[in-house]
Design a protein around this ligand. Structure first.
Ligand code: UDP
Length: 240
């Protein structure tokens, strides 16, 4: 059963359970996709029905960020834990380095996916990278062809929301992979272009503040976080 946070249903899983679910999908025969919405995306989805259904139709909906965990708690239906997209991707690469499943990295500016692949290969020896591609393509059919001919099992789709969710849903039928995962700016993180906050800030749920300090242009986007919390409060009052 999923936990409903303002119209978005989140899978109530720990990181370990999320990896188990992904490995189960890799053992199956269908093409599935996973999403990792944060509070900003849920705020968007509250006002965009098509984005909401793209998210809710995913096989795995993981709570990326402290805002979602707080929202679920305020609604009286707590989630087990935060499952940050980038950490989920890292844990999955570790598992894939043992299972032999192949990974395609799609997204970010030209050159970034290649650097991310090199760094991840160093970190997870045994990981098989089937291919890489940047996220500023014009012809989606060419990208689908490249992924299919690479023999990949998993695709990290890092195009930002909602572009990545639309891409995954639009190509669910024509891609031969088992699992696509929408991971926003994660390839920039793996390539080392964008540093994550220090561990103490992550622990204190202050990663958003670190990202804001590093890139003040995010302020407009981040204003959706307090709006999200207010919307949750309103919904919690309705429920009470
Ligand atoms: N991006 C892309 N193609 C596009 C638009 C964006 O590949 O047409 C990439 C962009 O380079 C960045 C990522 O998508 O690497 C979005 O990062 P952001 O930090 O906005 O995503 P978040 O993790 O916050 O969802």
């Amino acid at each position: 059963m999923r936990i409903n946070v303002c119209g978005v249903g989140f899978d109530n899983v720990t990181m370990t359970e999320a990896i188990d679910r992904a490995m189960k999908i890799l053992g199956g025969s269908q093409t599935c996709y996973a999403v990792t919405p944060n509070a900003e995306i849920v705020w968007e989805a509250m006002h965009d029905e098509s984005l909401r259904s793209l998210i809710n139709d995913a096989s795995l909906v993981l709570p990326d960020g402290a805002g979602i965990v707080l929202g679920a708690k305020m609604l009286g239906t707590p989630l087990k834990e935060k499952v940050a997209g980038i950490e989920f991707a890292a844990r999955l690469m570790e598992a894939m380095s043992h299972s032999g499943h192949k990974l395609y990295m799609l997204g970010s500016k030209p050159g970034v996916a290649e650097i991310a692949a090199e760094k991840c290969l160093e970190k997870y020896p045994g990981l098989q990278i089937a291919g890489t591609g940047d996220g500023y393509f014009k012809d989606e059919a060419l990208v689908v062809g490249a992924i299919n001919s690479s023999g990949a099992d998993v695709v990290f789709v890092c195009l930002g929301a909602p572009k990545q969710e639309k891409f995954m849903r639009n190509h669910q039928q024509d891609l031969n992979v088992k699992l696509m995962i929408g991971l926003g700016g994660s390839l920039d993180g793996f390539a080392g272009n964008v540093k994550r906050a220090p561990q103490w800030m992550i622990r204190c749920n202050l990663e958003w503040f670190y990202r804001l300090l590093k890139d003040p242009r995010r302020l407009g986007r981040m204003m959706r976080l307090p709006k999200f919390i207010l919307a949750v409060r309103k919904e919690a009052r309705k429920k009470a």
